[in-house]
Design a protein around this ligand. Structure first.
Ligand SMILES: [Zn+2]
Length: 91
């Protein structure tokens, strides 16, 4: 997988060392590659999404409504109740 060696790490401004993850993510007809910075431990996508793309990625209907729901709260409640049971058994 090729990448632009002149792109810059968004944290430290250094060039990428290598492709970190051998698969890209395609969103809105753009392929985002995962690159490892040569100087710091950062892994970043290239190209870095612009504001309009981020708005699309994390829109309420495409992201929050799809991936955030009450199931997490239900799972959390089940976990707490299970932990309470063990805490009472070991008290
Ligand atoms: Zn860096």
């Amino acid at each position: 997988m090729n990448f632009d060696p002149n792109c810059l790490c968004p944290l430290c401004g250094s060039n990428p060392e290598k492709v970190f993850y051998p698969y890209s993510t395609k969103f809105n007809n753009i392929h985002f590659n995962y690159l490892k910075c040569s100087k710091c431990p950062s892994v970043f996508v290239h190209p870095i999404p612009d504001s309009a793309t981020l708005d699309l990625m994390y829109s309420k209907t495409a992201y929050h409504d799809k991936y955030s729901n009450d199931n997490e709260e239900i799972d959390f409640t089940l976990s707490i109740n299970l932990l309470k049971q063990y805490a009472q058994d070991n008290a």
